[in-house]
Design a protein around this ligand. Sequence first.
Ligand SMILES: NC(=O)c1ccc[n+]([C@@H]2O[C@H](COP(=O)([O-])OP(=O)(O)OC[C@H]3O[C@@H](n4cnc5c(N)ncnc54)[C@H](O)[C@@H]3O)[C@@H](O)[C@H]2O)c1
Ligand SMILES: [Zn+2]
Length: 356
Amino acid sequence: MAGKKIDKASISTVLYTEKGWNRLDKTADSNQYTSIFVLTDSNTNRHCLPLFENHFQHPYTPMTMEAGETHKHLATCEDLWASLSEQGADRNSLLINLGGGVVTDLGGFVASTYKRGIDFINIPTSLLAMVDASVGGKTGVDFQGLKNQIGIIKEPEFVVIDDVFLQTLPQNERRSGYAEMLKHGLIADADYFSLLSSNSIAKHDQMMGHIRHSVSIKSKVVTEDPFERGLRKILNYGHTLGHAIETHFLEHPTKKILLHGEAIAIGMIMEAELSFLTTNLTAEERDLIKTVFSSIYDPVSFTESDIIAIKGLLKHDKKNQSNQVRFVLLQAIGKPVIDCLVREEDINAAFQFYAD
Ligand SMILES: NC(=O)c1ccc[n+]([C@@H]2O[C@H](COP(=O)([O-])OP(=O)(O)OC[C@H]3O[C@@H](n4cnc5c(N)ncnc54)[C@H](O)[C@@H]3O)[C@@H](O)[C@H]2O)c1
Ligand SMILES: [Zn+2]
């Protein structure tokens, strides 16, 4: 790879509210598509499709899948490919994905592979899908117990974001997305972190501005480093420990289910302590990070055997190179450092810091 030029990614346009709906309307009017399909899951079919229809008055064929990560697999794709085929979708058909990250990831994959690829448009309806899954073109499904194991990078034609959908999003799902937004502040914009920290998560009138800001932070990072060779790794702050914690809780059904954002919120508190111990984050900023996340997310307790299992899972983290666990840490709020190695005793200290 040495000397190979890394192209900047061209990423899809994200259009907000009226602009987005107008573009969608024009696209459907343009006669460039022979037929239009709209994919929802069982929840967005009930809550979001009626709102979508307030803005979209063109003929379309609805398709729906069961809600939830457990349905993000190839069998669901097969059903949808069959359904597209039976209903006469051809190479000039369009798929609109209306749902959370599961629907936009899986629908994007179904569209990208049907007849070697048809166009798709994403309309994310969860906060997480708006601020995170909407940018970067990652599509795919889980396979043999591994998340996002099969998939391709393919950008949608464009993305429409409208916070009207958030009205029906359960509060815990909202908190899950908010964790990614707080992360955007921690890795790129200290003022944004402090603004989000001082705002109530339920304050709806300011959410749209925050979503735009988060999308712009993620877009900038992804554009600079589309293949995750360097800068893009900063998006993994809180995710090294967070993923291990998420996986551990998933593998132990007797434990409470942790949503992705809830797990990475814990990861961000612990990695703040690692940052204090490794990259000179000040104690004040470390404590501030803990205070902010603890005020939003319920505490979770870890037994000794949980900690051993989670440390075991860290070793399988996909971000590892040459068998060493690498972390994104902070020098200060807004100033990340990639590829940091930490000592095992510091990981123990991070669990202790979280529990205290
Ligand atoms: N492509 C990417 O870059 C990227 C980035 C982050 C996450 N992801 C993927 O996204 C998925 C997680 O996304 P998610 O949290 O949106 O999960 P999800 O799609 O499962 O949505 C969460 C829950 O909220 C429901 N829901 C969604 N919008 C709703 C609304 N407006 N009203 C009521 N209920 C609603 C869904 O039916 C589901 O039950 C994971 O599979 C993850 O791998 C992808
Ligand atoms: Zn995440």
